[in-house]
Design a protein around this ligand. Structure first.
Ligand code: LCS
Length: 392
């Protein structure tokens, strides 16, 4: 199929009905294994001299459609599906490092990614450190001879700080170091890191890609050679693969990604405008805020500001918790990118594993709250926030 516009690719990329009895929707190949016509065919498939499916941990037709679709959307050569975002993160980091390696990271990361880096350090002597990544000079001075990859979240969970992808990619290219970007917060509709010179994209597909809060999944996009290497090693042998049913649900969810993202972003902007001037709100972090320190980066690399914002309150941890408890429509839950608006308290939830000193350095204080703005009528969300703020 010829390359089409994003809104068309989310619906069609990677799938050809003629190859599946004309089925409009990709069929669910809910099978663990595939039969061979004869023993010789089995031998050839295992040897890789004949194309075809063998066993669903090594590949599955439903999952394959999703892998091809996400690769098309991110502008990459190939995709690979995982059982969770963390399975994708750990597979990529294990593929790119070895004992004694060093990983240079953006200043903040999702709590479990932080936990994984700790584990890699303790078990495998794979070191890391956090960088502001705010100038070529800073980056050049922080890259070590054993730096084997640069790992970025932008926007950073949950502080909403941004990293200039072109700046990092340019320095990394000169040094021959791959740049990995966790694109979960933006989805490919808002930001495509590969088109800014980065090498590998990761998604917790649990979030916007799924969009409906009913799947845990991960996706990786990169060069054919890298994806093949991961699929033949960590993916296959550690086995954190995606189930066909989850791929089928994701193929359904992803079709509406552009429509949903537009609405998430519009709703988030409305709530930002309401919260920004509110006397009980101490600080607000939203990339669409013209006063956000990284606003110019947002304009450069993101199509729109997205559906997430964080804000802190005047008061203490208890004030933040009391505020959350007053909400009636907005649900208290981790995860993000769902149709429902969700609020969470990073210091005691998503980033509870990060030691307090490190957490504060990342910019996560005890009153910081993260709002994943859903698809409800923004007026209802605003009224809910308003009545809860009135009670603190
Ligand atoms: N990367 C980012 C940026 C994330 O936010 C998450 C999960 C992951 C990776 C891991 O993905 P998972 O294995 O859960 O599919 N973030 C969560 C969050 O902020 N709240 O709950 C989970």
């Amino acid at each position: 199929m010829k390359k089409a516009r994003f809104e068309t690719e989310v619906i069609h990329a990677g799938y050809c009905p003629e190859q599946h009895q004309g089925s409009l929707v990709p069929p669910l190949y809910q099978t663990s294994t595939f039969t061979f016509a004869d023993a010789e065919q089995g031998e050839k498939r295992f040897a890789g001299v004949e194309e075809g499916y063998v066993y669903s941990r090594l590949g599955n037709p439903t999952v394959k459609v999703l892998e091809e679709r996400i690769a098309a959307l991110e502008g990459g050569e190939a995709g690979l599906a995982f059982s969770s975002g963390m399975a994708a993160v750990s597979a990529v980091l294990l593929a790119l490092t070895k004992s004694g390696s060093h990983i240079l990271c953006s200043k903040g990361l999702y709590g479990c990614t932080f936990g994984l880096l700790q584990l890699m350090k303790e078990k495998f002597d794979i070191d890391h450190h956090f960088s502001e990544m705010d100038s070529a000079g800073t980056l050049e001075s922080e890259i070590r001879p054993n730096t084997s990859c640069i790992y970025i979240e932008t926007p950073i969970n949950p502080t909403m700080k941004l990293v200039d992808l072109e700046l990092v990619a340019a320095v990394a290219k000169e040094k021959g170091i791959p740049v990995v970007v966790d694109n979960t917060f933006s989805s490919p509709y808002i930001q495509t890191p590969l088109t800014h010179g980065c090498d590998i994209v990761i998604h917790s597909a649990t979030k916007y890609i799924c969009g409906h809060g009913d799947v845990i999944a991960g996706l990786v996009v990169g060069k054919q050679e890298f994806i093949k290497q991961v699929s033949k090693t960590v993916h296959k042998d550690f086995g954190g693969i995606m189930s066909p049913f989850d791929a089928w649900l994701l193929l359904r969810g992803i079709k509406t990604l552009p429509v949903r993202m537009d609405r998430h972003s519009e709703n988030a902007l409305k709530l930002f405008e309401f919260l920004k001037g509110h006397p009980k709100v101490k600080d607000i972090y939203f990339p669409g805020d013209p006063e956000h320190p990284d606003y110019s980066i947002m304009k450069k690399q993101m199509k729109q500001a997205g559906g997430l914002l964080s804000f802190s309150l005047h008061g203490t941890k208890e004030t933040a918790q009391h505020f959350m408890n007053q909400l009636e429509l907005i649900k208290i839950a981790v995860s993000l990118g769902d149709t429902e608006t969700l609020i969470q308290h990073p210091a005691t939830m998503t980033h509870a594993v990060v030691p307090e000193e490190e957490r504060l350095k990342m910019g996560i204080d005890n009153t910081l709250l993260r709002l994943s703005v859903g698809l409800e009528a923004w007026e209802d969300l605003k009224e809910d926030l308003e009545q809860a703020l009135d009670k603190i």
